[in-house]
Design a protein around this ligand. Structure first.
Ligand code: MOS
Length: 707
C-alpha cells in the first residue's frame, strides 16, 4: 500500500459540489416549508416609535409578522454556554443600534410573498445622530483577544524602555498604516432552515464552523436539553469566519418556527449580509521600529485601532502577532477600540494577524530600504526562536528555510536594487517580499470509525468541512491508518448527532480532528486483533458480525506548556504598474510555507492559493465604507464590492517545507487555512515601492493612490 498521507488527492466532495448533488442548508426539501424575510432598520441609531404590521399581515400568503412587540420566545443566554456573534437577542426591544439591524421577520407561504409582506411593514423612527465615521469615534483600550492582552509592554532592564531606546536608535522607522473595512463574501449566503419535529425537538440546517458549540447555544436559547437540538451542516459554501457563531437571524428563525409550528427558512440577502452578519473592521496602526546600523531591532512599538458595534466588544487584534514575529528587547503594544453605530464586526480569515502583518511587514521593508539591507537578511537576523509573550520555544520552526527556498525559486538575488529600474512593455516592474505566520491551534475532538465486512470503512464526526478539504484529509488519515484505499472510506461530517469534532476556526480542524480519526482506526484494528483492515474484514465476513466499531478522542496536553506552536512562511511577488492609469497587475507569485506535515498536497496548496487570492483582494480591491448619511455600507453585493477574479490572479507557486511537528499532535500537522493571507498585502505594497518608488501605506491600493 502506497503512503496516502502527503499525496495529492482530489476532494471527496468535489464531484457532489460541481454536479449540484451536494445539498446546502437552504436547499433541504422539507414538506410544508414556509419562508421568512427579514425587516431591517433604515436608521443607524435611535428607537422605533411605531411599527404598523397590519397591511403586511393581510398581504396574500402572509402567515405572521414578528416585531419587538410580539417577539418569539428566546431565553436569556447563559454566558457559560452560549456563544453568539452578537449578544443582543433579536427583537429584544425598540432600540436601533445600526442601519440594517433586524427589526422584524415577515413569514409567508412563498419567499416572494414573504418579501412582499416585509416591504409592507411601516416603521416610524425616533432617530438619534449616529456615529458612523471613525474620526468621530471615541477610542478606549481594547479588551483581551483569545485570553491575551492586546496592550502590553516588554522592557529590557539594561536598555531602558521603548521610548528611550527608539530615541537613541541608529535608525528609526515611524509610519501609519491603514486598512479598509472588508465585507464577507462567501459564495453561499447565510441561510437557515429550522424544523421542529415536536415542541421540544428541533433540527436546524445551517452552515456553521462550530457544530456542537452551535448546538449548545441553540439549546440554551430555546430552553431545551442539548440533545433535543440537532444541527446539520453537511456542506458549507465558504465561511472564512462569518459562520463561526449563530447570528440574530438564525435565532429569530428558530424561535419563530417554534411559534408557528411549521418548518421555516430564512435566507439573508447579500445586501442584508453586508450590514448584519459581520465584517472585518477598518484599522489604523502606527509602527515604530528602532534598529542598530546592522539591522538588529532594539525596539518595536505597535499601536492599533479598530471599530466595533454598540453590541459587541470585538477588536481586530493587530498587535497579537508582533511578539511572535521579531525579537526586540523592548516592545510596546497597544490597541484601542471605538464604538460606532455599525453592525458587529467578526472573525475574517486571520482576524488581527492579517492587518497586523500588513503593517509590520511594510515597516520591515521600509527599514530594510533605509538601512540598505536585503529585506530577507533583515528578517533572518531578527527572527526569534522563542515566542516573546509566552516565553516558550517554537516547535518545528523553519522560517529561515522558507525565506531561503522562496528567494531561490523566485530569483530574488537577481533583482535590481534601485527603485524604478525595471520596465516591461512600457510598464514599471517591481519585486517585493514579506513574511507570513499564523499560530498553531488545536482543540479536543472525537471520531467514530466502523469497519465493514466488504472492506470499506465509515468515519463519523460532527466536525465539519467549510470547503477546505476536511472530508478528504479525514478519509486519507483513515486510509493510511487502516491500510485501505481512500475511495473505500466513507466520511460523514457536520451533524451534531455524531461525536464532537471540534471547530473549523483558527485553522485548527485538521490538527484537531485527524489525531482522533487515527486513534479510532487503531482502536478498530486492536478490537479485531488483526494486522490489517483486510484481515479484520475477512473475520467479519466469516463470523457474520456486522462491523468493528470504535470511538476515540484526542486533545492537546502538556505540550502547550513546553512549546509555542506557530506556522511560518514567505511570499514573493512580481507585479507591473501602469502609472498612466494606476493599474497594478500581479504577474508572478511564490509562497513557501512551513506548517508541519502536509496531509494532502493538493488541497493544502489550494488553501494557500485561496489565502493569497483573498490577500490580493485586501491589498488592491476590497474596500467598504459606511455612508455617513445613512450608516449603511456603500457597497452591498458581489457587483459593487470589488474583489479579485481569475484575470487578476497569476500562477501561484506553493511549496511546503519542514518536518512534521510531532510535538503538536501525532499527525505532525499544523493548520494552513489562514497563513496564506498574512503578509500578502505587504508583499504587494513592497513590490509597488520597488516598481515606482512610492510607499503606499493605505489599503486597498486602488489606482488613485498610484497615479
Ligand atoms: Mo477563521 S477567521 O477562525 O474562520
Amino acid at each position: 500500500m502506497n503512503q496516502v498521507i502527503g499525496a495529492s488527492v482530489s476532494r471527496k466532495d468535489g464531484q457532489a459540489k460541481v454536479t449540484g448533488t451536494a445539498i446546502y442548508s437552504a436547499e433541504h426539501q422539507i414538506p410544508d416549508l414556509i419562508y421568512g424575510c427579514l425587516v431591517t432598520a433604515t436608521i443607524a441609531s435611535g428607537r422605533i416609535r411605531a411599527i404598523d404590521t397590519r397591511e403586511a399581515e393581510q398581504a396574500s400568503g402572509a402567515i405572521a409578522v414578528f416585531t419587538h412587540r410580539n417577539a418569539p420566545q428566546v431565553f436569556n443566554p447563559n454566558e457559560n454556554i452560549s456563544r453568539l456573534s452578537e449578544s443582543r437577542l433579536p427583537l429584544s426591544d425598540d432600540r436601533v443600534h445600526y442601519a440594517g439591524q433586524i427589526i422584524g421577520l415577515a413569514v409567508a407561504d412563498t419567499f416572494e410573498r414573504a418579501r412582499e409582506a416585509a416591504h409592507l411593514v411601516r416603521v416610524e423612527y425616533e432617530p438619534q445622530a449616529p456615529i458612523v465615521e471613525a474620526n468621530k469615534a471615541t477610542y478606549v483600550p481594547a479588551p483581551q483577544w483569545l485570553g491575551e492582552d492586546l496592550t502590553y509592554e516588554q522592557i529590557d532592564v539594561n536598555t531602558g524602555n521603548v521610548t528611550t531606546v527608539l530615541a537613541s536608535a541608529a535608525t528609526q522607522i515611524e509610519a501609519v498604516y491603514t486598512t479598509s473595512m472588508e465585507l464577507h463574501a462567501p459564495m453561499e449566503p447565510h441561510a437557515i432552515i429550522t424544523h421542529w419535529q415536536s415542541p421540544d425537538m428541533v433540527t436546524i440546517y445551517e452552515p456553521t464552523q462550530a457544530v456542537l458549540m452551535s448546538q449548545r447555544t441553540y439549546a440554551d436559547l430555546l430552553g431545551l436539553p442539548t440533545e433535543r437540538v440537532r444541527i446539520v451542516s453537511t456542506y458549507i459554501g465558504g465561511a472564512f469566519g462569518c459562520k463561526f457563531l449563530p447570528w440574530p437571524h438564525s435565532i429569530l428563525c428558530a424561535a419563530a418556527a417554534r411559534e408557528l409550528n411549521r418548518p421555516l427558512k430564512v435566507v439573508v440577502s447579500r445586501r442584508q449580509m453586508t450590514a448584519n452578519t459581520g465584517h472585518r473592521s477598518e484599522t489604523e496602526q502606527t509602527l515604530r521600529l528602532g534598529a542598530l546600523a546592522d539591522g538588529k531591532l532594539q525596539a518595536i512599538e505597535h499601536t492599533a485601532k479598530s471599530i466595533t458595534s454598540p453590541l459587541e466588544d470585538f477588536p481586530e487584534a493587530c498587535t497579537i502577532i508582533t511578539p511572535a514575529m521579531y525579537a526586540a528587547p523592548n516592545m510596546r503594544l497597544s490597541q484601542e477600540l471605538a464604538v460606532m453605530n455599525v453592525g458587529s464586526p467578526t472573525f475574517m480569515r486571520a482576524p488581527g494577524e492579517c492587518p497586523g502583518m500588513w503593517a509590520l511587514e511594510s515597516a520591515m521593508d521600509e527599514l530594510a530600504w533605509s538601512l540598505n539591507i536585503d529585506p530577507i537578511q533583515l528578517r533572518l537576523i531578527n527572527q526569534t526562536d522563542q515566542h516573546q509573550r509566552k516565553n516558550l520555544p517554537f516547535s518545528a520552526k523553519y522560517f529561515a528555510e522558507c525565506l531561503e527556498v522562496g528567494a531561490k525559486q523566485f530569483g530574488w538575488q537577481d533583482r535590481p536594487l534601485q527603485v524604478r529600474s525595471l520596465t516591461r512593455d512600457g510598464k514599471l516592474v517591481g519585486l517585493g517580499m514579506a513574511s507570513t505566520t499564523f499560530p498553531g491551534y488545536r482543540g479536543s475532538t472525537s471520531a467514530k470509525v466502523r469497519l465493514l465486512p466488504d472492506g470499506t470503512a465509515h468515519v463519523m464526526s460532527a466536525g465539519n468541512d467549510m470547503g477546505t478539504g476536511a472530508y478528504t484529509v479525514v478519509a486519507m488519515t483513515a486510509a493510511e491508518t487502516l491500510g485501505i484505499a481512500v475511495d473505500k472510506i466513507r466520511v460523514e461530517l457536520g451533524d451534531s448527532t455524531l461525536p464532537d469534532g471540534g471547530v473549523a476556526g483558527g485553522s485548527q480542524m485538521t490538527a484537531s480532528l485527524t489525531p482522533a480519526v487515527k486513534l479510532a482506526c487503531e482502536a478498530v484494528l486492536r478490537q479485531a486483533q488483526a494486522q490489517s483492515a483486510q484481515q479484520a474484514s475477512e473475520q467479519l465476513k466469516q463470523s457474520g458480525r456486522a462491523a468493528f466499531e470504535a470511538t476515540a478522542s484526542a486533545a492537546p496536553g502538556e505540550e502547550l506548556e513546553k512549546f509555542a506552536f506557530q506556522s511560518w512562511g514567505a511570499h514573493f511577488c512580481e507585479l507591473t504598474v501602469d502609472e498612466a492609469i494606476g493599474r497594478v497587475q500581479i504577474t508572478r507569485w511564490v509562497s513557501v510555507i512551513n506548517a508541519g506535515r502536509i496531509l494532502n498536497a493538493k488541497t493544502a496548496a489550494s488553501q494557500i492559493r485561496g489565502g493569497v487570492i483573498m490577500g490580493i483582494g485586501t491589498a488592491l480591491m476590497e474596500e467598504g465604507h459606511f455612508d455617513p448619511n445613512t450608516g449603511y455600507p456603500v457597497v452591498y453585493d458581489l457587483a459593487t464590492y470589488h474583489y479579485p477574479t481569475h484575470a487578476d490572479i497569476p500562477r501561484i507557486d506553493v511549496t511546503f517545507i519542514g518536518e512534521p511537528d510531532f510535538n503538536f499532535n501525532p499527525m505532525g500537522v499544523r493548520g494552513i487555512g489562514e497563513i496564506g493571507i498574512n503578509g500578502v498585502s505587504a508583499a504587494i505594497a513592497n513590490a509597488i515601492y520597488h516598481a515606482t518608488g512610492k510607499r503606499i501605506r493605505s489599503l486597498p491600493i486602488t489606482p488613485d493612490k498610484i497615479i
